[in-house]
Design a protein around this ligand. Structure first.
Ligand SMILES: NC(=O)c1ccc[n+]([C@@H]2O[C@H](COP(=O)([O-])OP(=O)(O)OC[C@H]3O[C@@H](n4cnc5c(N)ncnc54)[C@H](O)[C@@H]3O)[C@@H](O)[C@H]2O)c1
Length: 339
């Protein structure tokens, strides 16, 4: 949507990777977001590129690197699989183009660190990472409550992350790398602290989990000041999408994600709806994320998690996978943050 409230032209955005998330972002840019215009889509799947381009009436660019270099593209949304992010983000940095990169920034701390260094060498922030929970109203409120110290110092965060089911080929490490990564970022956001150690415990697996998948798991994070965080990650509940956080502080507790929208009363009983998936639960967070990114890019900056956040999450998740495999407490050392 190109509605522009100022004289400056709309930001011309290309979406790279138009699978599930990329198509959702393309739709958002085409119909919800102000001061931006979806101008092109690009995917290694040529037929998919053509179909999505036709749906939105924009250019189909078959080579993603050509989309990065295209002079009529001002900024990029990267929604390709995580293993492709390093190459695309580094190309965008080399071209001086702002990027909103879906999580994870990359799939290893080493590759994320290379992006941190490349952006630092450039001397300006061009990369925002799609940790959209930071734009969810309840998390923003919870962060404000912690920062206000109204309830005293935080002691525990109890986090729950549940999905109805997993796609084929989802393995035990992916529970940490794909799902817990969101908790890792939100814990850093809520507390303003780095995570220094991680442990993983698992009970027997649910009978709904595919053979060999360790599901659920219990991931325990320690922050630098000594806040303990437990994350229940359970991805084959067969029920729906549930994300909740309970803060336990010195003088009170607070809970988010209870999902008590409309409550109905019928002869069958009383109750509400459980969202089917993350797109429904976090729809407005995705919208706010992209609108604020567009406005920040037009002002020459970012407005949300940057490459350091992406690197920290990658480092914690890599340690989490080691903890899962060894049963040990694994410490995390991020090293110096570039100025
Ligand atoms: N923020 C969130 O809540 C959230 C939710 C789901 C997925 N994601 C992230 O979004 C990204 C995409 O996930 P998805 O579920 O949409 O995947 P998907 O498999 O549905 O789509 C990925 C698309 O990228 C294309 N692709 C692969 N390599 C490419 C390349 N080098 N250049 C251009 N296109 C390429 C594929 O052909 C496919 O169309 C992942 O990083 C994932 O972790 C984020």
């Amino acid at each position: 949507m190109s509605t522009s409230s100022s004289a400056a032209p709309a930001l011309r955005v290309a979406v790279l990777g138009v699978g599930m998330m990329g198509q959702d972002h393309a739709r958002r840019l085409a119909s919800v977001i102000n001061r931006a215009e979806l101008v092109a889509v690009s995917d290694v799947d040529a037929a998919r590129t053509d179909a999505v381009a036709a749906e939105f009436g924009v250019r189909a660019i078959h080579d993603p690197m050509a989309a990065v270099a295209d002079p009529e593209v001002d900024a990029l949304v990267i929604a390709t699989p995580g293993f492709t992010h390093e190459e695309l983000v580094l190309a965008a940095l080399a071209a001086g183009k702002p990027v909103l990169c879906e999580k994870p920034l990359t799939t290893s701390p080493e590759s994320s660190r290379r992006i941190v260094e490349a952006e630092a060498a450039l001397g300006r922030q061009l990369v925002q990472v799609g940790f959209m929970r930071r734009f969810d109203a309840e998390y923003v409120q919870l962060r404000g409550l912690i920062a206000s110290a109204e309830l005293g110092r935080p002691l525990f965060l109890h986090c729950v992350h549940r999905n109805a089911s997993t796609p084929p080929n989802f393995n035990s490490a992916m529970l940490v790398l794909d799902s817990v990564v969101h908790e890792v970022d939100i814990v850093r956001y809520l507390t303003g602290e780095e995570i220094v150690a991680v442990r993983v415990l698992a009970p027997r697996s649910t009978s709904a989990a595919p053979e060999g998948l360790l599901d659920p798991q219990f991931v325990i994070l320690e922050t630098e000041s000594g806040i303990l965080v437990d994350v229940e990650i359970f991805v084959n509940t067969t029920i729906g999408y549930e994300v909740r956080t309970e803060l336990v502080a010195e003088r009170g507790t607070a809970r988010t994600g209870l999902g008590v929208g409309m409550v109905t009363q019928t002869t069958a009983g009383w109750g509400g709806r459980i969202p089917a998936d993350f797109k429904e639960r976090f729809e407005s967070a995705y919208d706010v994320q992209v609108q604020r990114w567009v406005d920040a890019v037009r002002a020459g900056t970012i407005d949300g998690p940057g490459v350091w956040d992406g690197y920290a999450a990658a480092a914690v998740c890599a340690a989490g996978v080691r903890a899962q495999q060894t049963g040990e407490r694994v410490e995390i050392a991020l090293g110096a943050r570039p100025a």
